[in-house]
Design a protein around this ligand. Structure first.
Ligand SMILES: Nc1nc2c(ncn2[C@@H]2O[C@H](COP(=O)(O)OP(=O)(O)OP(=O)(O)O)[C@@H](O)[C@H]2O)c(=O)[nH]1
Length: 183
């Protein structure tokens, strides 16, 4: 099977760790300093479920509730990773705004999205429980993961999950449908 070209965008509030998750995945390193992103694109060749991918990852400038999302983030993007950090209520609120904007532009049924709660290593500072994240993802009917770029926890899972979600949507499956049995 030839490698498939896929492009995904990471979105969410400032400083939630979008760049850190991507750099951990692409370069296997964690940088503790904070350097706000304007926009970056990273390339990585990967294999998920026997399928090879030429993956492009767009690291966006952090959004807030007032951001107008550039048209380019809606064109030629196959899937979205929406990130909040578990120590920030504001980032959890902003991720809902970003979701609504994507859905307005792309339509609920067609758009592959994964919700990620990052910085799960910050146990004492946590203000968003895992249950709250799970609940939000369930209401959107999208996969949910908690991760830590710092501890390299569940980072590869994010990318595997978004590529699998894109594949399911392309095959016309929903997670519920693909699990159902006919009697
Ligand atoms: N403890 C902890 N800190 C993290 C984690 N991920 C990122 N950080 C830190 O959070 C800060 C912001 O990380 P970035 O990756 O730059 O966040 P961003 O979402 O790309 O930020 P913008 O470019 O402003 O949108 C940096 O100081 C990181 O070192 C994590 O999993 N745990």
């Amino acid at each position: 099977m030839p490698a498939k070209d896929r492009k995904i965008a990471f979105m969410g509030f400032r400083s939630v760790g979008k760049s850190s998750l991507i750099i951990q995945y692409v370069e296997n390193q964690f940088v503790d300093s904070y350097d706000p992103t304007i926009e970056n694109t990273f390339a990585k060749h990967t294999k998920v479920g026997g399928q090879e991918y030429n993956l492009l990852v767009v690291d966006t400038a952090g959004q807030d509730e007032y951001s107008v999302i550039p048209q380019s983030y809606f064109i030629n993007i196959n899937g979205y990773v929406l990130v909040y950090s578990v120590n920030s209520q504001k980032s959890f609120d902003v991720v809902k705004h970003v979701y609504n904007k994507i859905i307005d532009m792309k339509g609920r049924m067609t758009v592959p999205i994964v919700l990620v709660g990052n910085k799960k290593d910050l146990r004492i500072e946590r203000v968003i429980s895992e249950e709250e994240g799970k609940h939000l993802a369930e209401s959107w009917k999208v996969p949910f993961l908690e991760a830590s770029a710092k501890e390299n926890s569940s980072v590869k899972d994010i990318f595997d999950t978004v590529l699998n979600t894109i594949k399911q949507k392309e095959n016309g499956e929903t997670p519920e449908k693909s699990n159902c049995t006919l009697s």
